[in-house]
Write a protein that binds this ligand. Structure first.
Ligand code: 6PG
Length: 228
């Protein structure tokens, strides 16, 4: 399970953000040179914010970037807890990616409608060039939570009773998140140590269901990395 996983263990969360953001920028240059566009799936939560702020300071060929979200909380569009609000303030409003190339999840419509609409967006986008994902303390990723059952053939899921508030969400599926040329996990903080250890020991956590054919790079700080 781990043979395609490249673990990059760095001292601090700032170093994780610095190295990961450079990886993303390098991947974008190659994708745009090869195929004329860079289709990037953004991670939610708090960990990626440092990466997004560094991307916003970079000089890149933004007009060829296409932005998607791995998951979104079912909250009003401008709610402070929306993943799209964080990404917009930290990154998207500071760079010239055309608005028509930013595919925000319509999560304010509720899980079912948002998943049905985003299913089409994902179908049109696949394969992604790069997917960014975080990991929760229980080993969840995007809004794929332990114990939650989904139709594995879906490209996007409606999520209810999320153990991480808010209870209703929409998530790209493991199948679609795995349909990417490259994938990066961003994991920092001592509170993730147990989930990292469980993942590395082979527990079938949601994060373990993300299995791209291509390379998986895990950028992790010392606090999150358990030495076992
Ligand atoms: C969300 C995220 C979620 C997140 C992890 C880690 O909507 O909450 O998509 O999957 O990536 O819970 O969150 P932190 O980065 O805040 O630790």
């Amino acid at each position: 399970m781990q043979y395609k996983h490249h673990w990059h263990c760095l001292e601090t969360a700032d170093e994780v953000a610095s190295v990961a953001s450079q990886h993303i920028l390098d991947a974008a240059k190659l994708a745009i040179a090869d195929r004329g566009c860079f289709k990037l799936v953004l991670a939610g939560g708090t960990t990626p914010e440092k990466v997004y702020r560094l991307l916003a300071q970079a000089d890149a060929d933004w007009r060829h970037w296409h932005i998607y979200y791995g998951d979104e909380r079912c909250l009003p569009v401008n709610h402070a807890d929306r993943n799209s609000l964080m990404a917009t303030h930290a990154f998207l409003e500071k760079v010239a990616i055309p608005d028509t190339q930013v595919f925000t999840m319509p999560a304010e419509l509720g899980p079912e409608q948002a998943a049905a609409l985003y299913q089409k967006t994902v179908a049109d986008a696949l394969p992604f060039d790069m997917v960014l994902l975080g990991m929760g303390e229980d080993g969840h990723t995007a809004s794929l939570f332990p114990g939650h059952k989904h139709d594995e053939n879906e490209l996007a899921h409606a999520v209810y009773n999320s153990p991480k508030p808010p209870p209703e969400r929409v998530s790209i599926s493991a199948k679609a998140l795995s349909n990417t040329r490259q994938l990066i996990f961003l994991i920092t903080g001592a509170n993730k140590q147990e989930a990292v250890m469980n993942w590395r020991s082979g527990l079938n956590l949601p994060i373990a269901t993300i299995r791209p054919d291509g390379p998986v790079d895990i950028y992790i700080d010392r606090a999150a990395y358990s030495n076992t």
